[in-house]
Design a protein around this ligand. Sequence first.
Ligand SMILES: *Cc1c(COP(=O)(O)O)cnc(C)c1O
Length: 491
Amino acid sequence: MLYYSTRDKNRRVTASRAISDGLAPDGGLYIPECIPRVSAEKLEALCKANYRERATYIMGLYLDEFSEDELRAMTEQAYGENFETESPAPLRFVDEETAYLELWHGPSCAFKDMALQMLPHLLTASLKKCGEERNVCILTATSGDTGKAALEGFCEVPGTRVVVFYPQDGVSEMQKLQMVTQKGSNVLVSAVEGNFDDAQTGVKKIFGDKALAERLNEKAVFLSSANSMNWGRLLPQIVYYFSAYCDYVISGKLRCGEKLDFCVPTGNFGNILAGYYAKRMGLPVGRLLCASNANDVLTEFIETGVYNRNRSFHTTISPSMDILVSSNLERLLMLLSESDSEVRTYMETLSEKGCYTVSDSVRQGVQETLSAGCCDDVRTKETIAAVFNTYNYLIDPHTAVAARVLDDYREKTGEKHPCVVVSTANPYKFASDVLNALGGEAEECRLLEALSEKSSTNVPAPLRGLHDLPVRFGGCVAKADMSALVENYLS
Ligand SMILES: *Cc1c(COP(=O)(O)O)cnc(C)c1O
């Protein structure tokens, strides 16, 4: 199966090339040229399989250059003891029609691990298949969760280095601690003066620096990215939609073949797009609910067909969803319009005017599957408290946004179909706001214990003792010095 760029259908490459490159050279995103189908019989068979077997099968449909044995070895390593739970993605029911899909039992305590524990295996194998002999340096700007997940995923992976930049004042204390105490001989972490946009622009500038690329090439190094524009990050995410469906069936609360809705807390549109792929592959998905925080650009888009980033940016208690340009939406536009020139026009209009309107047929295609809703910080906190008080179940602010949007949707439609709320972070990762939502308060260094006492739950192992670890990366650079830091590190 080949992959093509959303901005040029004639630019076709193998899966290994798409994964090695991340982004297409024309700025587009790679997508598979067709979508494989999973039959009803196969779905029944997958219900009996474990997560690793499900992952081997689903990923194999898109990766014909990889043998089944090769993929099995990868899924066993990616989804093994590095996760706290028997299944890396367990379902937790709160009532007959509602379950939370917990995607945060990995080393960084957020759902990015589902993809970033797999990506290093996919990437190193892809580089080999492409005959690439240089070392790769993964360069990332993070608003919090991607950075730690990339560090954990690539730590001590031969032939790779990782450099992570985070905004000095833009991440939670816990997220910062997770990164600056990272172990490993092939990692570098630095704060950047400014906000996430400054870090992100700095990184993009480094990627665009041809002279730097040339100098690195002489040292047999090249730069690549671990953000969700890479197909190698999206593909592992399709798996957990299948897995959640199978586990719902196993629970006896759904018959195989019946429809299941999903409600997804959304930022860059990667997570929910994986759900859309699962539906197109034949998984009986009903509606996909796209949940946003106060940054409601996607809510408006799904309801009206107008994408408008010209609005104020809100800093919220669900920071991983604070985003105005959802990059992966470009892939959905391609799937619905089937026209690279149409996608190119939308993206050009977006970069010139900050706004575009899709055709009637694309809007109808969007609305056929997706519904949307949003939720501000006050209602997010109310929801954390309500879910805890009603079900004795603790959720993080991102997940709470989705929980609230689902409630609103059920109230509006007057129907209660079976639905999975995709739960994206461990509540302890955002201990301060979660504790606050439950009416508690504590000093920074006592937050985890205080939340544990208040909620009668356990502090997750990866966050325990973080305060006692030595800080390895205390530095902060000006935006102008990011490039030199990277080059020095790689020399
Ligand atoms: C990254 C992230 C999201 C948003 O996911 P997208 O794929 O960018 O839509 C939601 N919640 C958490 C906790 C995240 O880390």
